[in-house]
Design a protein around this ligand. Sequence first.
Ligand SMILES: NC(=O)c1ccc[n+]([C@@H]2O[C@H](COP(=O)([O-])OP(=O)(O)OC[C@H]3O[C@@H](n4cnc5c(N)ncnc54)[C@H](OP(=O)(O)O)[C@@H]3O)[C@@H](O)[C@H]2O)c1
Length: 273
Amino acid sequence: MNSIQLIDGKEIPVLGYGTWRNTDPKECVDGVVAALAAGYRHIDTAQMYGNEALVGEGMRLSGVPREEIFLTSKINNNNHAYEDALQSIDASLEALGTDYLDLMLIHWPVVQGHEEDWRESNIQTWRALETAYKAGKVRSIGLSNFKVEHLENLLPHCEIKPVVNQIRLHPGVLQTETVAMSREAGMALEAWSPLSPLPQMLEDSSLVALADKYSKTIAQVLLRYSIDKGYIPLTKSVSAARIQENFEIFDFKLSEEDLTVLDNWQWQGDVFF
Ligand SMILES: NC(=O)c1ccc[n+]([C@@H]2O[C@H](COP(=O)([O-])OP(=O)(O)OC[C@H]3O[C@@H](n4cnc5c(N)ncnc54)[C@H](OP(=O)(O)O)[C@@H]3O)[C@@H](O)[C@H]2O)c1
């Protein structure tokens, strides 16, 4: 699978299988197995999702060797302190049944209980990630949902630079300033919920025609949009057929004109990010 190099020299596959809301045990395990069978080599979970043990089970059942899989988890909001974050990394490794994570992120920058001291709490949580990195428990470390002010606070305190910012990105949610600042700091952008526009776009005949032109579905166009923008889309499905469909995006590329159409598309959904 295509991959790109992070600033710490590690390779990351450009499409990831997400597992948010995959809490039904069978659906979660089967989804991970189906994704790895389809060719995905990048799995995204989080302490918050409560499914790390199921993700680990799916990885083992798949028969794909651990070293071929790029595995990400994220520090939960209630673990924003040096010791808590460190212990939570050990707990994640235990639950996943692995002795290393490829990538560990701070899930959210401003969390309950740290509304006032989030600046210092992010610095302490980052210290824990740096400690785990030096101990070889996590091979890369990064951020999630960090906007400009959160980056401005944390970056000057990083001994080891974050390699990724995982944020919501899709037509209608462009986060231009955050993208620019993350890139300036050398981070790769991971795009969560890239299929959010799908229900609205299915009602839009011009978008249906755009996808038809490439003989692709709108879901495939949205994932390709993300890759053509230089992002790493994370996509989730519990259906083996849709998992396969979402993987079939490496045999086409969107024109500059169509990328502009998608950049300018008006989103009518929520703006949670
Ligand atoms: N860092 C963060 O704060 C954060 C926040 C949100 C998400 N994430 C990560 O990003 C991942 C992706 O986000 P997401 O879960 O919102 O995923 P998504 O891929 O944008 O959307 C998933 C939804 O689309 C449906 N779907 C998937 N493929 C489809 C297709 N080809 N045609 C029609 N419908 C399709 C799924 O339903 P079915 O399952 O029924 O197919 C599901 O309802 C998450 O799983 C998680 O790992 C991170």
